[in-house]
Design a protein around this ligand. Structure first.
Ligand code: HEM
Ligand SMILES: [Ca+2]
Ligand SMILES: [Ca+2]
Length: 300
């Protein structure tokens, strides 16, 4: 079972070391904190919070990072920095799955989000779920029906799902995922002024997937996890189709309006939703293993 401070006797400094590393990395590369939040989503919604996301392609394993759904994910190399610091203090004790969870928790704090009390004790899986990943992680233009059912299947109610999407209050979206709404004609659901701005950011209707062309998610507070996301999408300035749908679907719109009106309420619901996500189907006790290197299973 997951518990608070699972490492209190086996590695009392574990959580402190992770926090310290997250802080240091944030001070050097602010966007690392953003990556830890997205990592939690992409790991936990696929089967389990089992660090399956972090496995590299090797032997029988094809990395989940190679999926189209993982497009734009970054800073994986700095997970190894955190893991190395923890390994130095307590070899083979702290799981990569817990590092995914704790780094997300601490990243959220660096980004001005809520402090969340998170349990630990997750163990690392030995498999990549790349083959079923697309059945778990929605696409940027999927319907709200599909989005809600995916989140419901891991125990997130509609309100929690709406709150979780508030993560799109930070970070960026590449032109690859935006141009469908700009060319050949502008999506009529998109605010026309914002469309003009986005066309400037993404002038090419067929962007090179390797090009680093993107727009920030939230022009107002791009590095702060706040309820500005909901204000933006109510003004039809969401970048992804799912952001726009969230603000207009009758099932989600009432929550969007409430979250837009009250940042404390957003932080409270975001915390609740992050906890639900981070506790999805963990491996515990003798299941799985404690990976030595987050990129590889132990016996290869
Ligand atoms: C329907 C659900 C979701 C879809 C379809 C979706 C899709 C996307 C897409 C397409 C991007 C941009 C990738 C790029 O072009 O670089 C993105 C970025 C991001 N997503 Fe989501 N997302 C969803 C839910 C979530 C959730 C639940 C979280 C976290 C709790 C999250 C966290 C993030 C973050 C932090 C970024 C910015 C990453 C960066 O700047 O490096 N997303 N998402
Ligand atoms: Ca996983
Ligand atoms: Ca923001």
């Amino acid at each position: 079972q997951l518990q608070l401070n699972y490492y209190s006797s086996s590695c009392p400094k574990a959580e402190e070391i992770v926090s310290e590393q997250v802080k240091q990395l944030y001070n050097k590369h602010g966007n690392t904190a953003i990556s830890w939040v997205r990592n939690l989503f992409h790991d936990c919604i696929v089967k389990s919070c089992d660090a399956s996301l972090l496995l590299d392609t090797h032997g029988d394993i094809i990395s989940e990072k190679t999926s189209g759904r993982s497009f734009g994910m970054r800073n994986f190399k700095y997970v190894n920095t955190i893991k190395a610091a923890v390994e130095q203090e307590c070899p083979l004790t702290v799981s990569c799955a817990d590092i995914v969870a704790l780094s997300a928790r601490d990243g959220i704090v660096m980004l001005g989000g809520p402090s969340i009390e998170m349990k630990t004790g997750r163990r690392d899986g030995r498999e990549s779920y790349v083959a079923v990943l697309e059945e778990n992680i929605p696409n940027h233009n999927d319907s709200m029906d599909l989005v809600l059912s995916r989140f419901e299947s891991i125990g997130l109610d509609v309100e929690a799902t709406v709150a979780l999407l508030g993560a799109h209050s930070v970070g960026r979206v590449h032109c690859m995922n935006i141009v469908q709404r700009l060319y050949p004609s502008v999506d009529p659901t998109l605010d026309p002024k914002h469309a003009e701005y986005l066309k400037k950011r993404c002038p090419d209707p067929n962007p090179d997937p390797k090009a680093v062309q993107y727009s920030r998610n939230d022009l107002g507070t791009p590095m702060i996890i706040d309820n500005n996301y909901y204000k933006n999408i109510l003004q039809h300035k969401g970048l992804l189709m799912v952001d726009e749908e969230l603000a207009t679907d009758p099932r989600t719109k009432p929550y969007v309006e409430n979250l837009a009106a009250d940042n404390d309420y957003f932080h409270q619901q975001f915390s609740r939703a992050i906890l639900l996500l981070s506790e999805n189907n963990p491996l515990t006790s003798d299941q799985g293993e404690i990976r030595k290197d987050c990129r590889f299973v132990n016996s290869i």
